[in-house]
Design a protein around this ligand. Structure first.
Ligand code: CP
Length: 334
């Protein structure tokens, strides 16, 4: 329950105030204390969903999604509506000046006049940074090609800490093993999540990446090096059923958005209600799901993926509040 997370984290609004008017492009930007404070505020929203309906009154969100989305767009828009703000939504870049060759910098310059915050999903990994240079209002990366999806990772870690707040109150006492069925080099959700996990290396006993690729193909940049330097024990495996019995959190995904379409990686890995999961293991999935996550798990206690998607609304409320409004006004309410 979100209230157990409220009890686990001491409030320190200074860390949230520092986010005002910042651009959010990578999970790298969040340090441990900022993450905890963000999760605390999200838990506050989740525990009191009706108490904050005017925080963003008079503010306008520009919701620009140039790639398909169910959860990210609608949960950002739901979060903004729940805070009392208004929204302008663009779901097709060809309806804007981009179709006439207008640069993203020029579009960004115009956005400054029309709104108070931009949420952008774009296939091109560079778009968010191209626009950032021209923006005087904050922009949030809602998924840029195969690069990153930082707010999905925030929602993932928020879910894990709601499930086990002891990880925060008693760090190091009971480490959890996380199994990630996915490909960090191609999947933006996995890449961003692993960046956040690095900040909580004392909570995670072992990180096992399940895939059929070689270690070199699994990781992009120096991600593996950063994880090892943080003290994480990192393993790789191509045998999911061997890893599951020792995993407390199982994160599974098969889709990577590449170019103008998606590819599926590791389709042969699959979990269902007969899989050898630990009795109290939780399963997370950024969704949309494919055959890798069987619906037979939906009505079992392992299903935390629907809670993960629901929690993303409150997490995004918390982030939007910090970026757009002086967060003290919200912290004062409860
Ligand atoms: N998790 C996620 O990014 O889902 P959508 O593609 O539906 O936004």
């Amino acid at each position: 329950h979100p209230k157990s997370l409220l009890r686990a984290i001491q409030e320190d609004g200074d860390h949230l105030s520092k986010m005002t008017n910042k651009h959010i492009y990578s999970a790298d930007q969040f340090d441990r204390e900022s993450l905890l404070q963000l999760f605390r505020l999200a838990a506050k929203y989740e525990a009191n969903p009706d108490r904050f309906s005017t925080s963003l009154q008079g503010q306008i969100l520009i919701s620009a999604f140039y790639e398909p989305s169910t959860r990210t767009r609608l949960s950002f828009e739901s979060a903004w509506h729940r805070l009392g703000g208004d929204i302008m939504s663009i779901t097709d870049r060809s309806t804007t000046g981009i179709a006439k060759g207008e640069s993203l910098a020029d579009v960004g310059e115009m956005f400054n006049n029309y709104g108070d915050c931009v949420v952008l999903r774009d296939t091109n990994a560079n778009s968010v940074r191209e626009m950032m240079g021209a923006l005087r209002i904050p922009i949030i990366n809602a998924g840029n090609g195969t690069d990153e999806h930082p707010t999905q990772a925030l929602a993932d870690l928020y879910t894990i800490f709601k499930w086990k707040p002891e990880l925060i109150t008693n760090p190091g006492a009971e480490k959890i093993n996380i199994c990630i069925v996915g490909l960090p080099s191609k999947m933006r959700t996995v890449r961003s999540l692993l960046k956040l996990v690095v900040s909580f290396a004392d909570c995670f006993g072992r990180v096992t990446i399940v895939n059929d690729k070689s270690r070199d193909e699994m990781f992009a940049d120096d991600q593996l090096q950063q994880m090892l330097e943080a003290g994480l024990e990192v393993q790789t495996s191509d045998n999911l059923d061997e890893v599951l019995p020792d995993s407390d959190v199982v994160y599974i995904n098969a889709i990577a958005w590449e170019g103008n379409s998606f590819n599926q990686y590791g389709k042969q890995f699959h979990i269902d209600s007969q899989s050898p999961l630990k009795k109290d293991a939780i399963v997370l999935h950024p969704l949309a799901r494919g055959a890798e996550l069987c619906t037979s798990l939906d009505n079992t206690p392992h299903n935390w993926y629907f809670a993960q998607a629901r929690g993303a609304v409150f997490l995004r409320q918390a982030l939007l509040t910090c970026l757009v409004r002086r967060v003290e006004r919200v912290l004062d309410i409860v």
